[in-house]
Design a binder for this molecule. Structure first.
Ligand code: RAM
Length: 347
């Protein structure tokens, strides 16, 4: 009996010792990781769907890849996820960044372990990643949005932007480019007045509250432009329920926006834009595989096969004015009453 008790004691102590060792490396076997901005956003789930589909089309199984949606769209939540992926021994991390700079140190740790870092949807500083899977050119997205604002205001008047989080690289790049386009051509855009950039943090309730606040603060508001799928859907509902005369445009998922798209007083959004988020996830998967296999290094001019994707093979091009590379998925696509019915079941 004594012997059994001491054996149990030894076993208990061994388990306690192991648990106290802190950072342990648990090799799950998963090689390719995807980290989205946050859970609870259908856009991020579509990206993940594409990542998974491409991995499986490339002959990999669910034990070869890992998809993580952080609990919140914050840099802290992404740092925790990246640390756990480093200790799991993954070979690549594709991340949609919640901040352009604050992930730098954890990404350096990952890089030091030989992990290939790439971004999709929302970039980090070029030195912290090998390449960026960019949904559409920044200029193209900004041009489409500012021209929509110009059109829907009738060429003049107050408009507001309802963004996602204040640190999001992608939203800020589009907003800065919209402002720059407007400033460079005052003959065309000079009568537009941007009253505020509000932040709904990609949370439905906060985006709803921010929309209501904009309507209260700016009685002459003509248009809201929301370059976020969460924000645009929340704003669409507020405006439509109120039968507001304020019109909406931005970047939205057809599946979430179909009931709001229309050219009459009963609909809040005449038209909006997006790209295929499933394809963006696929592109990130194929780029991850090419980086891990050493088929590309992230240099401008590198080329890789992306299964049966429309524009395969993809070439890495230079981010305007730099030596850093990006892979552009395609041009933003316009959704209006003529095509929304056909797209709402796709994404
Ligand atoms: C939201 C996210 C994402 C952005 C889309 C348009 O879902 O903020 O990063 O690309 O909107």
């Amino acid at each position: 009996m004594k012997r059994i008790i001491s054996l149990i004691l030894v076993a208990v102590m061994a388990v306690a010792l192991l648990a106290s060792c802190g950072e342990t490396t648990t090799t799950t076997g998963a090689k390719y990781a995807l980290v989205t901005k946050a859970a609870g956003n259908a856009y991020n789930e579509k990206e993940a769907e594409g990542f998974k589909a491409a991995m499986e089309a490339a002959g990999l199984t669910s034990s070869d890849y890992i998809i993580r949606h952080p609990e919140q769209a914050t840099v802290e939540a992404q740092i925790a996820v990246i640390n756990s992926l480093i200790s799991q021994g993954v070979k690549s991390i594709a991340i949609a960044a919640n901040d352009p700079n604050a992930l730098s140190s954890v990404l350096a740790d990952a890089k030091a372990k030989g992990i290939k870092i790439l971004t999709l949807d929302s970039d980090v500083a070029p030195a912290d990643r090998l390449t960026f899977c960019n949904q559409a050119g920044v200029q193209q997205v900004a041009q489409a949005l500012i021209d929509a604002v110009l059109d829907l205001t009738g060429g003049e008047g107050d408009y507001a932007i309802l963004s996602a989080t204040s640190q999001a690289t992608n939203q800020n790049a589009w907003i800065d480019a919209m402002k720059a386009i407007a400033a460079a051509d005052s003959a065309k855009y000079g009568k537009l007045n941007l009253v505020e950039v509000a932040y709904g943090d990609d949370e439905p309730q906060k985006s709803t509250d921010q929309t209501q606040a904009l309507l209260q603060k700016y009685p002459d508001l003509k248009v809201i432009c929301a370059p976020t799928t969460v924000g645009v859907a929340a704003a669409a509902k507020v405006l439509q329920d109120k039968k507001s005369t304020v019109k909406l445009t931005g970047l939205g998922l057809p599946s979430e926006m179909a009931e709001y798209i229309g050219n009459d007083a009963d609909h809040s959004c005449p038209y909006m834009f997006l790209w295929n988020p499933i394809d963006l996830g696929k592109l990130a998967a194929y780029a991850s595989i090419a980086l891990v296999d050493g088929k590309i290094t992230g240099a401008v001019g590198d080329k890789f096969e992306a299964g049966n994707m429309e524009n395969s093979p993809y070439t890495l091009t230079a981010v305007e004015g730099t030596n850093a590379s990006e892979i552009i998925l395609g041009a933003p696509f316009k959704f209006d009453p003529s095509n929304i019915g056909e797209w709402k079941s796709v994404y």
